[in-house]
Design a protein around this ligand. Structure first.
Ligand code: HT7
Ligand code: ZN
Length: 874
């Protein structure tokens, strides 16, 4: 496959001002009539360039230029391109293509899901619908007429406003949609199906009433309220915090079961994976409710950060994704607990993005090259991209950042731009020079900060040295120092925050500062310090970096209970737990577990005056995935055993406290989704899980009772997970069966049922995984089902996946090869756990590499999987 380079970007030779589409939808396929108003781009230097339109899996039926049908000699159909060598300055091109949505298993372009037609055009799916310059810097106005059988497809939707509708012969009907805003074709959408409509309205800040509509299959009619409420909250938050008002008169959301990602921000017609939009108390966990709120907000926010101002090319993907993740993360923080949201974001970043940044697929936030753009919808583009925007926010402060975003939206409205344009708007609005900061977009790899300190008791000076280096990544070495905002505080021996005087005699010094690191090494002096302080470093996780500092366990325990920054309290607890678990990896069975860990957890469980949402997070031990990410020559089963050992020791030592915690947090009133109620459910389900890890009889009874009497999915799933991960095999099987019978008609719940088993070392050993793949509810064509079994096994059930006999790797390789023909995007994503092979001890890594080689050798490998496998083996 060909590699595409940012350095070779050229403006399009032709622009399209208007697109007229007519879709004739049938069971045996669809005919697409497209008429493009094209003109030569005055900014292009390619004066007499041929017209080149992208296409993929299309059957060309006819081509006409300015109304005159072209003969085959006038154009070249190269399969992936339609080329017309000679065209006038300005013209109308009409093309008719035939496609087969019912056979489209890649879920790119127009396809069928549960009997309805739907589209996914980002990044390059529009070319699977008709021939078109499929690149985001070609922005056109779209008019779309959809024709279909009225009984089977009463609802016909596209972008913009419905401007015409009527009956046709043979029981067919049509609806015409017009989108007044020019957009790239990746934002095009079409839906045709038998769907129920849920309506609401939103009055904007300027007093316009927006028609809000959700379209779902009739069986899901009662699962729309949460998404609709989330949408209204998002609309009003974006007005308040960013001054962004919605622009069309209608905003539509559609839920589809078969979808490669979470959702898609098509202009005025967002399409969602059902699992990311449908919720009811009975079927969705608290985590799902929160995820839905965040994704609804994310897609809505794209209307400005992505649609009104879009990307010039796909190297700029983080322009819209990083900025929009930052915006949705601010929104979620405002809707719930900011500290908990920060902990969740950082957990994902440190566990998965840091691993990506240290692996063979590492790439900058603005990549310099790619083979298959679908492989670049990564944690680096999304999560690290959001952290980069967050750092700009922190460096500029909220007011200047808002000035910068206002300027960005005003200056670039209706344009396709670059990450550099975004940074320039921030510079111009604030007067700050972000030249060095731009390296965050160019250099891959997670910066490492080595911090050391000394205390000069005589002078009352505390010195902190911070040295940064950025590890080599594929194609990049000897990197330059980056501009890193580093927030910190110092604590005295009673936990009191000390004033941070950077000069002797400084008055009113603050207790927290953001130091700006720009050199390879800096030494900071803090004056007027009477005793050796305990440093609280990188508060709020002010930059996406690794910090090495030789904390003693004593200091970590101290920070856990005294740090005024909730995030760093949590982080101290994580560092302590990591240290304790790491010290037990490969240690003799009777090696002691740090007793102070038990004491500190007892304090967390018993002191109900603490912020319970934070406590709920602090009680979660670092995940196996994170422990592996931190290790060299990782031995996943040994890490699993050490972690289990600590968990069991804590559960045995704190058994009575856990029962009391469970009872104290039992619900009394109605089910609510407030941070307090979520924390209560989280605490009692953690208590339950711990009790079952040690086969506690009372815990078993509580779990069975909770499973049967729960009035919400969080508690039902909490009890089920605890039983599944226990040694009570009979209860486990009974609960799994009961759960299945109760929810067998609900695909989103069955996905949870699959993944709770596949992720469990008790219920998810390979023979059981094979049985799940044979289960009647499993469907290879549905990405959610594949993720819930194969993805959960390889990504969460790490001791089983890393079975020393290599069977887990063989299994994954086999499933990737199987999926590669039907859905290459999903196949390529599933390879991820194998790409980390260099991280593991040789007895694992050699077998992982062999599995990758087997995938590499498959005949007809897709470009998606080819890129991931070849880069991993390079
Ligand atoms: N912007 C959307 C990206 C997306 C996507 C990309 C590749 C293949 C399928 C896809 N579905 C959606 C999602 C978002 O970030 O909002
Ligand atoms: Zn997005």
């Amino acid at each position: 496959p060909q590699t595409i380079y940012l350095s070779e970007y050229q403006v399009p030779a032709y622009l399209v001002d208007h697109v007229d589409l007519r879709f004739e939808l049938f069971e045996e396929g669809a005919r697409v009539h497209s008429t493009l108003s094209v003109r030569r781009n005055p900014d292009s230097r390619a004066a007499s360039a041929p017209l080149e339109l992208d296409g993929d899996s299309l059957r060309l039926e006819s081509v006409a230029l300015d109304g005159a049908e072209l003969s085959a000699a006038d154009y070249e159909d190269r399969g992936d391109q339609l080329v017309i060598a000679s065209v006038p300055e300005q013209f109308e091109l009409s093309v008719v293509t035939w496609i087969e949505p019912q056979n489209n298993t890649r879920l790119e372009g127009l396809y069928k899901s549960s009997g309805m037609f739907c589209t996914q055009c980002e990044a390059e799916g529009f070319r699977c619908i008709t021939f078109f310059p499929d690149r985001p810097d070609v922005m056109a106005r779209f008019r779309t007429r959809i024709e279909a059988d009225k009984a089977s497809y009463p609802v016909l939707l596209s972008n913009g406003n419905d401007v015409d509708r009527g009956e046709l012969e043979g029981g067919r009907h049509f609806v015409t949609w017009e989108d007044p805003f020019p957009k790239p074709c990746y934002l095009f959408a079409l839906v045709a199906g038998d769907l129920v409509e849920k309506r609401d309205t939103f009055r904007t800040c300027s007093g316009r009433d927006i028609d809000l509509r959700m379209y779902v299959e009739p069986r899901n009619a009662e699962k729309c309220d949460h998404a609709m409420d989330s949408l209204k909250r998002s609309m009003s938050w974006d007005e308040e915090v960013y001054g962004r008002e919605y622009d069309l008169d209608i905003f539509m959301i559609v839920a589809v079961d078969d979808f490669n990602m979470g959702a898609m921000e098509n202009k005025g017609l967002n399409i969602f994976n059902s699992s990311c939009v449908l919720a009811s108390q009975d079927t969705a966990t608290d985590a799902a409710f929160q995820r839905i709120e965040a994704i609804v907000a994310h897609e809505y926010f794209h209307n400005w950060s992505g649609n009104r101002v879009t990307c010039r090319d796909w190297f700029q993907l983080s322009l819209k994704e990083g900025f929009t993740v930052f915006r949705d993360s601010q929104f979620s923080a405002d809707m719930g607990s900011p500290t908990v949201k920060r902990i969740e974001d950082v957990t994902l970043l440190r566990t998965a993005q840091f691993a990506e940044d240290a692996g063979p697929m590492a790439h900058p936030v603005r990549p310099a090259s790619y083979m298959e753009i679908s492989n670049f919808y990564t944690l680096t583009i999304y999560e690290k991209g959001a952290e980069v925007v967050r750092m700009i926010h922190n460096l500029l402060g909220p007011e200047m950042f808002r000035k910068g975003s206002d300027l960005y939206f005003e200056r670039h409205d209706g344009q396709a731009v670059t990450t550099d344009d975004f940074v320039r708007a921030m510079e111009d609005a604030s007067g700050r020079d972000l030249t060095q900061f731009r390296l965050w977009y160019e250099q891959a790899g997670t910066p490492v900060l080595n911090v050391s300190d000394e205390f000069d008791a005589e002078q009352g000076v505390y010195r902190l040295n911070i040295a940064q280096h950025i590890p080599d990544t594929p194609g990049q070495s000897n990197k330059k120092p980056q501009h890193i905002p580093f927030a910190l505080g110092l604590l005295g021996s009673r936990g009191e925050p000390l004033p941070l005087k950077l000069e002797a005699g400084e008055e009113n010094a603050p207790a927290e500062r953001v130091l700006e690191l720009t050199e390879a090494s800096h030494t900071f002096e803090f004056h007027g310090i009477g005793e050796r302080p305990v440093p609280s470093l990188l508060r709020h996780f002010s930059a996406p970096v690794r910090v090495n500092y030789p904390w003693s366990r004593e200091q970590l325990l101290f920070l856990m209970s005294h740090d005024p920054d909730g995030f760093n309290r949590w982080d101290a607890g994580q560092r302590l737990a990591v240290d304790v678990i790491q010290s037990l990896v490969g240690a003799p069975k009777d090696a002691a577990v740090e007793p102070r860990l038990v004491t500190s957890y007892r304090h967390l469980i018993c002191d109900s005056s603490l912020d319970q949402a934070l406590v709920a997070k602090m009680l979660q031990l670092p995940s196996e995935a994170y422990l592996i990410e931190l290790a060299d020559n990782a031995d996943a089963p040994a890490i699993h055993r050490a972690r289990e050992r600590v968990l069991k020791h804590l559960a045995i030592s704190l058994r009575d406290e856990l029962v009391a915690c469970y009872r104290r947090n039992l619900e009394s009133g109605d089910y609510e989704i407030t941070p307090e109620a979520i924390a209560r459910r989280s605490l009692r389900n953690t208590a339950l899980a711990w009790l079952l890890v040690i086969n506690d009889e009372e815990g078993r009874e509580l779990a069975v009772r909770q499973f049967r009497s729960a009035d919400n999915m969080t508690d039902r799933m909490g009890a089920l997970r605890a039983l599944v991960n226990s040694d009570y095999e009979e209860d486990r099987n009974l609960a799994l069966e009961e759960f299945y019978q109760q929810f067998r008609e609900d695909p989103q719940v069955i996905e949870q049922w699959f993944s709770v088993q596949a992720a469990s070392d008790r219920a998810g050993q390979l023979p059981q995984i094979h049985a799940l793949l044979e289960h009647p509810a499993f469907d290879w064509k549905n990405p959610n089902k594949v993720r819930s079994v194969v993805g959960a096994f390889a990504g969460q059930n790490l001791s089983a996946f890393h079975n020393p006999d290599g069977s887990g790797y063989d299994f994954l390789a086999e499933q990737v090869c199987r999926l590669d023909d039907s859905n290459p995007q999903i196949a390529a994503r599933l390879v991820t756990p194998l790409t980390r092979w260099r991280k593991f001890a040789p007895e694992y890594s050699e077998q992982m590499k062999a599995a990758l080689e087997r995938i590499r050798d498959k005949d007809g490998l897709s470009r998606d999987v080819y890129e991931v496998v070849h880069k991993s083996l390079a």
